[in-house]
Each structure stands twice: as C-alpha cells, then as structure tokens.
Design a protein around this ligand. Structure first.
Ligand code: NDP
Length: 325
C-alpha cells in the first residue's frame, strides 16, 4: 500500500510517499481502508521527533475515516464495510491503518465518511477542553488563542453552545473575521496588539475565567496575566514552540491560579468517554450547531505541502489528506 513515512525526524521534506507492506489486524483490531486523514499539529511534533515514535520508518497521521476492510480475531462490534472514524491512533497517512476496535467509532448516517476525518481529533479536543478540563458554564468568559485555527474555531463554537463569552486572538484581519464567524465576541490581533491589555480592557479589569492556549511559547506568560484570581490556564499545545521550564510559585503570585497541560488521549481513555464526545460532536454537526471549516485538502502524496502550510501559519481551519473514495 502507499503511505507517508519518515525515515529520519526533521523538516517537512522528510515526509516520503512510499510503498510499504499493508498491515494485518491482530486480536481486537480492525483494518480500516482510509478515505481521508486529518492533518493536525501533533503530526508535525512526531515528524520533528519532539514526540517519541520508536518504529522506523515512522508512520504519521492521528486521525482518519474510512471503511472496515477486515476484522481481527474477536471483533464483533463492527462488520466489514462499516463506515468508521478514529483519532489518536498513529498511521492514518496511508491507504490502510490498523486501529483497535475500542478506539473506533461508527460514522452515523448523514455524515459523509470523508468529512468524519475532519471532526474527530480537533472536535473531541475542543469538546474535552470546554466540557471537562475547564467545564464552561453560561456567564463564563474564555480566551481562545489562534481562534481561527482548526481547534480554535471549534473551541469558539462550543463555548458559545454552552453560553460562555469568547475572546479570541488571531494572526491577521482575515483570520479575525473567521474567528468572529465562529462565534468569538471579541478578537484581538495578537501580533500587533498587546493581548493582555486588551483582555483587561474587554473584561473591565477582571480577567477571564480560563485561557485555552494551544500556541505555547509566545503566549504562555501573557496568558497567565489574563486570568482572574483562581482562574485556569489550559496549555494544550505549542504551535509557536514549547514553553520553557516554569516556576510554580508564579501560580500563587498571580492569584492562586490553576494550570493544566492536558492531552486528548487521557480524555478518551474509556469507551464511555470516547462515545460521549464523538456522539455529541456528531449530533451538533447534524443539528448545524457545529461547522467544520475545511480549509484545504491535499492528495496523500502531498502531505509535505500540508505540513509546510500548517507550520507556515498559512491555514485557517481544517486540513485533510484525501486518500480514496
Ligand atoms: P491550527 O489550525 O490552530 O494552526 C496553528 C495556528 O497557531 C496557526 O494557524 C497560527 O494562527 C497559530 N500560531 C501562532 N504562532 C505560531 C507560530 N509561531 N507558528 C505556527 N503557528 C502559530 O492547528 P491545530 O488546530 O491542529 O492545533 C492547534 C494547537 O492545538 C496545536 O498546538 C496542537 O498541538 C494543539 N492540540 C492539542 C491537543 C491536545 O489534546 N493537547 C489535541 C489537538 C490539538 P494565527 O496565525 O492566527 O496566530
């Protein structure tokens, strides 16, 4: 089968489109014929070697959708031909991917299989951040960095569904408009404006209840200064680079703050949680409460270009690799 592989961690040029052996599903596993694979920032961390992946060549892609091709021993919850989707199993940048049956969800009628690959990873991330890590309630105010991004737009939309106020940040005017269209009540151009001062101004000096920060290095310190006393800093990513070591005494000085560094894997660890999040995402999409903004799609062979665009800050919304029909 054709797949994107990485022989040595490094830049986007290290992504190779090659012929490799088709994997076989083991006990409790399913072989999925991939229709579409989601492109996510986490793929760039693996490609660079920032996250460990011991096998060589390394396989990439943490999100996909397609059809059940074959069942491993003992799998009774799916049948050959079922439309399915998954996140947080690596290897989706390929024509076929083996996924544990308990990590797969059925794609409901009415959701095109190709579209399901846009919804799983960023959708369930925005879900756990706003429903579990800091469960927003009506009247809360949140700050969402990179609010026009794939995850950012979904955070804005879900925050509005639950009745919160959203302040977003964006890298340029076009992205600011896109963040507003996703529900942000105010958007700060954080490359030219002081986002801490703007947040203080917008909240009349109080600060926000929670910051959802997927940008990391360039925003972390400022984000802490945007919080109200006993507010929560949720650092969920590092698109601008990793945050350096941190003195926890700062949390005390800035108002008994809470700090979390969460990961989707820990929030879909049980079948019950995975089904809850996926079901709510699919339902909101079916009810047109949640829109998934596809920015660009690329053929599987062009994965390197997708990475260049994502890391080059050129994108706003979701990127997918189209693998088959
Ligand atoms: P995005 O679509 O948000 O793309 C990244 C955006 O980050 C850019 O478009 C840009 O928006 C902003 N950005 C700010 N500074 C930089 C920089 N120096 N270089 C590149 N981009 C920059 O990507 P995703 O939605 O895929 O991911 C967003 C974040 O969420 C990532 O950090 C990712 O790791 C994290 N994540 C974490 C998960 C978890 O469970 N912990 C799960 C899923 C995602 P702008 O131009 O508007 O500033």
């Amino acid at each position: 089968m054709k797949a994107i592989v990485v022989h040595e961690p490094g830049g986007a040029e290290n992504l190779r489109y090659e012929e490799i052996a088709r994997p076989e599903p083991g006990r409790g596993e399913v072989l999925v014929r991939i229709v579409a694979a989601g492109v996510n920032y986490i793929d760039t961390y693996f490609r660079r070697g920032m996250y460990p992946a011991p096998e060589r060549p390394m396989r990439l892609g943490m999100e996909g959708s397609g059809y059940v091709e074959t069942l491993g021993e003992g799998v009774t919850s799916f049948a050959v031909g079922d439309p399915v989707a998954f996140a947080m199993t690596r290897g989706a940048y390929a024509e076929y991917c083996v996924v544990a049956a308990d990590k797969l969800v059925p794609v409901p009628t009415g959701v095109p299989v190709a579209e399901a690959a846009q919804m799983m990873l960023q959708g369930m991330t925005a879900h756990y951040l706003t429903r579990s890590t800091f469960a927003l309630k009506p009247g809360d105010t949140c700050l969402v960095h990179a609010a026009a991004g794939g995850t950012g737009r979904l955070l804005c939309q879900i925050a509005k569904i639950v009745g919160a106020r959203v302040i977003g940040t964006a890298g340029n005017e076009t992205k600011a408009e896109q963040a507003k269209a996703a529900g942000a009540d105010d958007v700060i151009l954080y490359q030219t404006q002081d986002f801490v001062a703007e947040v203080k101004r917008i909240t009349n000096g109080r600060g926000v209840d929670v910051v959802y920060d997927g940008v990391g290095a360039t925003t972390f310190d400022g984000s802490l200064n945007c919080l109200r006393s006993r507010g929560m800093m949720v650092l969920f990513g590092q698109s601008s680079g990793p945050v350096p070591p941190f003195d926890i005494q700062v949390l005390n000085q800035k108002g008994s703050l809470f700090l979390s560094r969460p990961s989707l894997g820990h929030y879909v660890a049980t079948r019950e949680e995975l089904e809850w999040r996926a079901k709510e995402i699919f339902e909101w999409r079916a009810a047109s409460k949640l829109a998934f903004a596809l920015d660009r799609s690329y053929p599987l062979a062009d994965a390197a270009q997708a990475h260049l665009d994502l890391e080059g800050r050129k994108t706003a919304g979701k990127l997918v690799l189209t693998v088959s029909q």
